[in-house]
Design a protein around this ligand. Structure first.
Ligand code: CTP
Length: 404
């Protein structure tokens, strides 16, 4: 997975995972592992057919607890069909077979997973996998429509070749989409109805036909923020520079190259947004382009000069046009007096919240998974945070932003 989940929010949340009979059943092991890495506690139920494809012991050995099998097994708890509903915060069925969809739509309780789903009061996420003809069948369509109407969240199957050799819609969705949907279902939707613009990654300014002016921003901080806002229920619009990691499909991502392209896209989106999160390492200056040809060294003396022109400051421009209720989070990459520079940037650029870090701290910052930040806001609140994963910093920054 490219963008890891925020452990700070998911630690000790409980997910119940239902696995149905499908060649894709083995993929549910990887889904479970991704969630466990973020601290999620996972329990599992395998249907009878699922246990033909992947062993209950596989899940148990990897830390799933408990792992349920058939109802009325000699060693089954008498109320095993009610337990996930009492303990887990969300139920994920991945892969979900046509039979299980029919059972859930019909409200049957004739098998352990169906009974547990019927007795589950929390959010239900379903990732179906089956042959494309079965997926397109009117019976399946009707079952899916009924479940959707009841608020069930679907991670729709992908199109492509399936195990039997057919081609079409029916392949289990990607692991990343299933994991993001499950994580979202485990979390409070405190940004539901909010629209968030996130700029992230580097910009790339062309000079000649092959050379560019750029920087080594990984886009990790911005990706963590876009993911965190999405997981909290926001509608997220990401303006991503080159090389930015994968984001959930439901994040409206626009890939851009240059600072001006990012600026124009941001200006266009801004009036509709509630929050602006500006994490991109935007080139402040672009080289005056030489043209589409490759610049030959034979055309130059031993040294050359390149002229640069100033790019618009995206954050500062949008802050000037902000409505009073719009809120802005910006970053400050600094050398020298971190706290003082951060305070100055907060006010000079019209941010409501600033996260500032010192450039050059080993294992922290620009291309690292961690960062060490000083945070200050427009109400005078200030804190130095210890070195943390960017995913956790993102979560905390949104906590602050929501109180401003
Ligand atoms: N920013 C922006 N557009 C720019 C430059 C910066 O939106 N053309 C945003 C960054 O995304 C960040 C904040 O402004 O949130 C501060 O960026 P930073 O590089 O720390 O500072 P600058 O404003 O560029 O000033 P300086 O380089 O002189 O420190």
């Amino acid at each position: 997975m490219n963008t890891p989940l925020p452990g700070i929010a998911l630690e000790n949340r409980r997910l119940h995972l239902g696995v149905c009979g499908s060649v894709a059943a083995y993929k549910s092991v990887e889904v479970m592992r991704d969630l466990q890495k973020a601290g999620v506690l996972v329990s599992v139920t395998l249907t009878g057919s699922a246990a033909r494809f992947v062993a209950p012991l596989t899940f148990a050995s990897l830390g799933a607890s408990p792992v349920y099998g058939r109802m009325f097994d000699d060693n089954a708890e008498p109320f095993a069909h009610l337990e996930p509903g009492r303990c887990a915060h969300a139920l994920l069925v991945a892969p979900a077979s046509a039979t299980t969809l029919a059972r859930l739509a019909g409200g049957f309780a004739d098998e352990m997973l169906a009974a547990q789903a019927l007795a589950f009061p929390g959010p239900l996420v379903i990732a179906p996998a089956m042959n494309p003809i079965m997926w397109a069948h009117p019976a399946t369509r009707r079952n899916v429509a009924m479940l959707r109407e009841r608020g069930v969240i679907f991670v729709p199957p992908d199109s492509g070749p399936v195990a039997c050799g057919d081609n079409g819609e029916g392949k289990l969705a990607s692991r990343k989409e299933i994991v993001f949907a499950a994580a979202k279902a485990l979390l409070e939707q405190d940004m539901a109805g909010k629209k968030v613009l996130v700029t992230l990654g580097p910009t790339r300014e062309p000079w000649d036909g092959v050379r560019v002016w750029t920087n080594s921003s990984s886009g990790r901080m911005g990706a963590a923020l876009a993911l965190a806002a999405y997981l909290r229920g926001a509608e997220v619009y990401a303006l991503a520079g080159p090389g930015v990691p994968a984001l959930p499909e439901k994040v409206q991502r626009t890939d851009v190259n240059g600072a001006r392209q990012m600026f124009e896209a941001a200006v266009d989106l801004w009036p509709r947004m509630d929050f602006g999160i500006f994490s991109a390492a935007v080139a402040d200056f672009s080289p005056v382009p030489k043209g589409p040809e490759k610049f030959k060294k034979s055309a130059a003396a031993d040294d050359i000069s390149i002229r640069f022109t100033r790019n618009p400051d995206i954050l500062a421009t949008l802050a000037q046009d902000a409505r009073p209720e719009q809120r802005i989070l910006g970053f400050a990459a600094e050398t020298g007096d971190l706290e003082q520079n951060a305070r100055v940037k907060l006010h000079a650029k019209g941010m409501h919240l600033t996260a500032a870090n010192l450039i050059g701290l080993p294992g922290s910052g620009f291309i690292s998974v961690n960062n060490t930040v000083f945070v200050c806001d427009c109400r005078g609140r200030e804190e130095n945070w210890p070195t943390m994963q960017k995913t956790d910093i993102a979560w905390r920054l949104l906590d602050w932003l929501l109180t401003l």
